[in-house]
Design a protein around this ligand. Structure first.
Ligand code: SAM
Length: 77
């Protein structure tokens, strides 16, 4: 199943929260999907710089293998 389709419920939640927070910098779904394609099967620990409201994090978490995914953002909100 297409990842965007599979993650649609979570994507909608993130969109709702982003809208509520006024966060308009989420990446395009195609970009998040591309990140997932590149990261798929990577093992070990990963660090994402720039969480935003977690859209790309959602895709990365879905495809990364064993290991830990940390994500940080300079914006505390
Ligand atoms: C274009 S948004 C992308 C957010 C998320 N990765 C996504 O794809 O929806 C970039 C994010 O990176 C954060 N950011 C910018 N510079 C940063 C830095 N030096 N370290 C950590 N986060 C940073 C911003 O606050 C913003 O939330």
């Amino acid at each position: 199943m297409d990842l965007i389709q599979k993650l649609q419920p979570q994507i909608e939640k993130i969109k709702t929260i982003s809208h509520r927070l006024g966060f308009e910098m989420s990446c395009d779904l195609e970009v998040a999907n591309l990140c997932a394609i590149v990261a798929r099967g990577c093992h070990g620990n990963s660090l994402e710089l720039g969480t935003g409201t977690g859209l790309s994090t959602l895709f990365l978490a879905e495809v990364l293998g064993a290991g830990r995914l940390d994500t940080v953002d300079v914006n505390e909100e």
